[in-house]
Ligand binder design. Sequence first.
Ligand SMILES: [Zn+2]
Length: 279
Amino acid sequence: MKYYDAHTHLNTAWLYEHRKDYYQLFLDSWGKTIITVGMNPDANSKAIELAQETQKNRYPIYATVWIHPYEIGHGSIQSYEDIDQQVVALTEQLEQYSDFIVAVGEWWIDAHYPEYEKRQDLQKYAFTKQCDLARHYKLPIVIHSRSNFTDTYAIIKNYADCQIYFHCRWYGPDELTILVNTFPYLRVWFCWNVTYPKAKNLQASLQKARTYQQTQQCKILFETDAPYLAPQQYRWQKNHPAFIIALYDYAVSYLQVDLSDLQDLIEENILWLFRITQR
Ligand SMILES: [Zn+2]
C-alpha cells in the first residue's frame, strides 16, 4: 500500500496546530509524501518549515510557495509594487530553500471574489510573475482554477514549455481537451469535489483524463486539498491528508481499475513531476 497527497495545506490555521498528528496519521495509513502548498507569506514560511522539519524522514513533506489571489486587494497586496516586493521575497525563498520547494503556486485568476473587475489586472500581473518565476527556476506551476477558465487559459497558454499542474478543476472533458492540446507537460489533479453527486462534468473529465493518461497526453495525480473539500462520505468533517485513501477507492470503483496498478501509476507520476527521489 502507498498513498500520496499531491496538494494539501498542513500550513493553514485549521490543520497547523495539530500538523504532527495529521502527518503521523497519514504515515500510519500507508501515506508517503505530502506536498504542502503555500498561499501567503505566512503559509509559505510554514510550508518550508514543515519540509525542513521532516527532511530526515523516509517520506518527507515538500513545499510550494506563492500568494493566493485572495491576498490581492483583501490581504497584504494592494498594488503592483506590493506584488513586485513579494516576487523579491519569493525569489529569495526559492534560492535559499531549493531543496524543499518543488513547485510555484497555487495561483489562478479568480472571478469568485468580490470586486474582481477592479482587481483583475493585478491578479493577472501576479499570475504572469508567478509563471515567469516558475519558468526561470524550471519548476512546475500549480494552478487552482475554479470559475474562470478563459482568463486563466489566456495567460498559461503562453507557458506551454512549463510543467502545468491543473488542480481542483471544476471543468469537464472539453476544457481538459483544450489543455491537453496546448500543454505537452500537462498534469491534472483530482480532489474530493469529483466525488460529489452533482459533479458529473468533473467525473466525466476524470474518465477522459484516464484515456489521455493511457496515451501519455497527460498524467493524473490525487490530492486532498485539506482542510478544504472533504470527501463526500465525510462531507461536514475537517478534511486531512489521511482521507486520501478514500479518493483512491473512489477512483478504483469509478474507473474500474486495480488499486495496486493505480498506486504504482500515481507514485510514478508524483515522484517524477516533483523530481522527488524516494529513499
Ligand atoms: Zn489548495
